[in-house]
Design a binder for this molecule. Sequence first.
Ligand code: MOS
Length: 699
Amino acid sequence: MTGTPPPAPAESGRPRERLDGPAKVAGRAPYAYEQPVEDPLFLFPVRSTIARGRVRWVDTEEAEAVPGVVAVLTHLNAPRLASRDDLELWVLQDDEVRHHGQFVGAVIAGTPEVARHAASLVKVEYQREWHDVVLRADHPERYRPDHVNPSFDTDTSHGDVDGALADAAATVDQTYRTPVQHHVPMEPHTTVVRWPGAADLGAVAMYDSNQGVSPIRKVLAPLLDLDPEQLWIHSPHVGGAFGSKASPKAHHVLTALAARLVPGRPVKCALTRQQMFGNAGHRTPTIQRVRLGADRRGRLTAIAHDVVEHTARFKEFAEQTAVATRTMYAAEHRRTTHRLVPLDVPAPVIMRAPGEAPGMFALESAMDELAVALGMDPVELRIRNEPDADPESGLPFSTRHLARCLREGATRFGWADRPPAGQGRRDGDWLVGVGMAASTYPLFPQQGSRARIRALPDGRRQVEIAASDLGTGTWTALTQIAADALAVPAEAVDLVIGDSALPATVGAGGSSGLSIWGTTVVAAARAFRDRHGDDPPAGAEVVGELPENTAVGRYALHAFGAQFAEVRVDAVTGEIRVPRMVGVFDVGRVINPRTARSQLMGGMTMGLSMALHEESVVDPRFGHVVNGDYAGYHIPTNADVGDIDVSWLDEPDPLYNPMGSKGIGEIGIVGTAAAVANAVWHATGVRVRDVPITPDRLL
Ligand code: MOS
């Protein structure tokens, strides 16, 4: 081990309330759609009603005749885009329909109501072609992608899995499935674009809800044939995103094209909840075969995880579903594979622990099945298979305290008091059971991040970086990091984020936002203090850059955790309740315990949601999601969430970043669905390998 843990700092570790909280509750923190703009117009899209084919003709006459309509946009009159590289963003550039709900037009009008009404009057005739939206493991078009998100190997293979399975004392060979899921953030995808007027030399202005102004601008500016500084994106407050706002989407392009037709007038677009189920990304469904082999003492000899998932025919996204399996347990013989089926669906994208969440549902369910086959405590089975080093790369872990998470979680949960496996307790009509699973999440190294620090006249420090706060606490935690790095109180730091005029950085994603921004701010603060000392003159300024992460390639960098759940299943109706969950995490030093607890609790709630609620039902006849709203797409409400006990080990990671932290954004989700499914089995004896576990699957 190299490096030393940083000294205990003053601000990091303090449970601060959100600095943006008062402004938010007082309505002084505008979201994209609420930004005050002068004389706006409103856009409503026209969406295709077929999944594949061509637009034969469009009749816009009736829509154009509606009083208040300013323009109707179709592929026939839309301004041209500069690049055809990404067909998801190739909006209104040709007559081709690539998925149901694709934008085939838009109405711009003086009010949102008029735009919506007029959009319903646009007549489109299609030349319909055969389509396919159904994922099957043996699909004839199945192929092997070059890599999986973001750049992991598609397949890995070590030793002889089939031979080891043939010799194993106990084996599991099962197939697990997860459905199409949607991100459903509270704040819909919204953007407001103003193209400069004739007499106006300014940049194109975009008030937007996104996960990173820098990466969004990097894609949109060249597509719109603009220099980066000709596109200004402002996104200080975001009401949830979960991966769906990490990259530009078709509505950005549609709104920009519309704004170009009406220079000087801001054009506002807010997708409806229903539109978000066709135009804002989704998680691929997965079909996962997991095979495990172990000796009599529960030592794994073979682990195989073979995944089939879908992608859009017009744009590849390969979710990294089996990647976590490469890190979890020691075993000599192992393999992981990913295969894609191209379908006529919208483009899938990262969503709430992409890969790790569905993949660990399968692996951790299979581990439970193996524990049953061996007659062994599933906690002990996992501890027995802890690797000394990363099993596939051979690299030492920066830190790995999974066994401690498992033991502390078991104690906090009261695991030792559970009834024997397969014999849940009965409480009236309720069958009561408990289950557990492990969690992991990778720590991503990222590049290209800068921050500026400036001394203000009143002695305060302004810290500028184009970071994002998705509602998770960046404003607060990054201020705390900056305060420590500058050796000033948090009250003396003015953090400015969410604006593309600030020094560019990475977006919020991969649970690595705070880590990368924090490392950048620490580097900038060091440079600032070296240059100007701790009593700098007003106006003193330094721009700092993210240094190279020297741990990358030398250490395996991951967060870990343990999940425990109690479930109650109504023996008559199959209704499932989850009165309590316990999560213990190895996430390095926690910068802000208050917001961190909230994120981990939110993550566990999303895992519970995956286990019991979330499923987008796609109609194979038309290719659209039939339950695309909050009434049909179930997520947990307060009444569905019981007691969630979240804690973490006090174990800084000395190697990943100077704060000693690991990511916390997504690990809370990972493993939770398996813990719930394993508890359902413990309560009922029914092993459900398809989420969501709805009552009909138990009866
Ligand atoms: Mo998160 S799904 O990496 O935005």
